[in-house]
Design a protein around this ligand. Structure first.
Ligand SMILES: [Mg+2]
Length: 210
């Protein structure tokens, strides 16, 4: 997945992410997040302070809290245009992440419809080291090189017991291949059948050794 990182977009909220919502101040880890985001992602604002395709307002607000050297970095984050829902400002066909402390049900629904629900990363600054944890989460995604949905699927599979994995695979097979006598197939035949499936992540299910 070489080059994946540079293409991935990151949409950033401000209130409740870079700034705290109560007694407004710079959130712990915000500077680290800004550095990490700008060196790894194609970054965009997704905040009510910037929804008309112009960054002036959001930069004006942030300049009250961040020093000049960081403001220079923040100027590289691109503006978005949206009206009622933030999802209007997102390129839903792209590989992206969206960091926000809140999303409307309508926005989540649109993400679901585009199979991008896993792209929304909820931030809760009440948690200790929240932004550093989010950086780690994003790093893991990139290290694995998987799309968000695949990452969660893999995590689910890895957390299963051996028997659960087999049951999972059988159920999945039943849905995905036309052969209807799976119960009668040997393990070797099953493995052979699954290898022929076109899902790119499929091979990673066979990690128990054979
Ligand atoms: Mg917010």
């Amino acid at each position: 997945m070489e080059g994946n990182k540079s293409k991935c977009k990151l949409y950033l909220d401000v209130d409740g992410v870079l700034l705290t919502t109560r007694n407004t101040k710079v959130a712990d880890g915000a500077k680290e997040l800004i550095d990490y985001a700008l060196s790894n992602y194609d970054c965009y604002w997704l905040t009510s302070h910037c929804h008309d395709g112009n960054s002036n307002q959001v930069l004006g607000l942030l300049s009250q809290y961040f020093p000049d050297d960081i403001m220079e970095k923040l100027k590289k984050i691109k503006p978005t245009k949206w009206d009622a829902l933030k999802t209007e400002g997102i390129d839903l066909e792209s590989h992206f992440y969206w960091l926000d402390d809140y999303a409307f049900e309508a926005e989540k629904k649109i993400l679901y419809q585009h199979c991008r629900r896993d792209s929304l990363i909820m931030v809760n600054l009440d948690n200790e080291n929240e932004l550093l944890q989010k950086i780690r989460y994003l790093e893991n995604q990139n290290l694995n090189g998987y799309l968000p949905g695949q990452y969660h699927l893999l995590n689910t599979i890895y957390s299963m017991s051996f028997m659960e994995r087999i049951m999972f695979n059988l159920k999945w097979l039943r849905i995905n291949i036309s052969s209807n006598n799976l119960e009668n197939m040997s393990r070797e035949e099953l493995l052979e059948a699954t290898k022929k499936l076109k899902k790119p992540w499929w091979n990673f299910m066979f990690f128990w050794g054979h």
